[in-house]
Design a protein around this ligand. Structure first.
Ligand SMILES: [Ca+2]
Length: 358
């Protein structure tokens, strides 16, 4: 068949077809929103119905009042009061729908209400045909996949459910998959399963896939777990492996299904744990005191660490510094008396950093 879009002469008809196609797609989306608009309208109608009932039945008990009220109950005035409050003024779709179908509301109010008390069913489904009964979808209200009683076998949402739109296909709930939402995703297994019912339950945390709930029911272990000789998935102790998966200044901490690398204490060169008592060797500036790497106080050793005149030693963690004594300042590597205007200021540092060589 020739495409109608080939010759330039047919540009116009081609455009019309494209527009129609575009509108068809649009209409499909509109059908769902038309139903939800209608649903909202009927909900608001029911609220309005209750509201007007409360307003007008308060305390009336004389025969005259009862007659008057019962007249109001089915009156056009009451209908109008309800209709007024069906839509937000900003909702174009809602107002358009109410306006367009005002007559239907009157028909229902005066003639159909008793026989068809469910306004949503009478109005949205049977009369203006923007909605379908629950569990059905599309222009002809066909049953959703899995049937209208339990769409998607109770494990998902049917596209267009309850509207004249959609395609009836299932979006499965978490843990379920497949066209019918009867299959389980990885990490879950079918605890119960037949043609119409499926219950997916989570596998043991060690399984990637499984047939039951324990770590012996795994088909395949998850990463970080391995099969032991009883064919159960157990944690891999990554920290016991050679070479260690961690860097030199880190220690390894095993965990169920994983491990972590953590920094050693600053007193250590290499370590087996987090504290200064778990060092493999002490870092420079530290020494082993009863199994704990402890800062060396260079300033209190018999050999003075800072040797220049008017210099003082200040110890720090893993190191020390030499500073000029109070009243002296550093000049060309020497500590000299401060000039008058600077006398008040703090003693200044001669040279920063470790001074192991001094
Ligand atoms: Ca592990």
């Amino acid at each position: 068949m020739l495409s109608p879009c080939l010759p330039q002469l047919r540009l116009l008809s081609c455009s019309i077809i494209l527009i129609l196609l575009f509108q068809a797609g649009d209409t499909k989306r509109d059908l769902k929103s038309a139903c939800s608009t209608c649903q909202q309208i009927t909900e608001n109608f029911n609220k309005g119905y209750d509201r007007t009932a409360k307003q007008n039945f308060g305390g009336g008990n004389t025969a005259w009042e009862e007659r008057k009220l019962s007249k109001y109950e089915t009156s056009e005035i009451r209908l109008m009061e309800i209709l007024e409050d069906l839509c937000d003024s900003s909702s174009f779709e809602c107002n358009r729908m109410v306006e367009e179908h005002e007559e239907q509301f009157e028909t229902w109010w005066f003639k159909k209400k008793t026989k068809h008390p469910d306004l949503h069913k009478w109005f949205c489904i049977d009369t203006i045909k923007v909605c379908c009964p629950k569990g059905t979808f599309g222009p002809d209200c066909n049953a959703c996949i899995g049937g209208s009683e339990r769409p998607c076998h109770g494990n998902g949402v049917c596209d267009g459910d309850g509207t004249r739109g959609g395609n009836g296909k299932c979006s499965c709930d978490h843990a379920y998959k497949g066209e019918f939402c009867l299959d389980c995703i990885d990490g879950y297994f079918n605890e119960v399963r037949n043609d119409t019912f499926s219950l997916c339950t989570e596998c043991d945390t060690s399984c990637k896939t499984c047939t039951g709930a324990t770590n012996q029911d795994c088909d395949e272990c998850k990463e970080g777990w391995e099969e032991d000789d009883q064919e159960a998935c157990v944690d891999v102790n990554e920290c016991a492996k050679e070479p260690s998966p961690c860097k030199e200044d880190q220690y390894c901490l095993n965990a169920e299904g994983s491990y972590s690398c953590n920094g050693c204490d600053e007193a250590c060169t290499g370590c087996t744990g987090g504290g200064p008592d778990e060092c493999q060797a002490c870092a420079e500036g530290y020494q082993d005191v009863e199994g704990t790497c402890t800062d060396i106080d260079e300033c209190s050793q018999s050999d003075p660490a800072c040797v220049k005149e008017n210099q003082e030693c200040v110890n720090s963690k893993g190191s020390f510094i030499c500073i000029c004594s109070s009243g002296y300042e550093e000049k060309d590597g020497e500590c000299v008396q401060q000039s008058d205007e600077k006398e008040e200021s703090e003693a200044s540092e001669t040279t920063p950093g470790p001074h192991r060589e001094l």
